[in-house]
Design a protein. Sequence first.
Length: 157
Amino acid sequence: MSSPPLYTCARIFEDSVDLLGSSLASLERATRDTPRLKQVLDTQKVFGLVPERDIQNAQARLKSETHPQITYLLEKLEKEVARLRRKKASLESDFNLRKVRLESVLRKDSVESLEQEAKYERLRMLRTKRDRLKYSLSRQRLQKYRQIPSLPPPDQS
């Protein structure tokens, strides 16, 4: 009679040992990556605090370095925009002149068309002259601004 309960106890004990062995293997697999996780999860001080005065000094230095360059680039941009506007006006007047010439050829109104053509030619000439004067005036203004001692001369690169 003692044999079956002893056999049962041994069997239960073997099953418990097997269960503990599989639990250990499972735990081993689960904790194999622990050293890497510890290193990953360690907090590292990446950013330090910077005094506000240092930030303000850096901002002021950056502003003083970039302001002349920005001013120069704005002047350059304004000149280019003015040039493109003059070119556009010239192309528009040329287009209008050619349009009038085409219309005059189609109508065959010789006397009136010649007078009209002369007026448009004069108008185109006056517009071109006006554009040249505007450009000259803007260049003189830019030269005047460049003579201001507080601004360094722009780089010619």
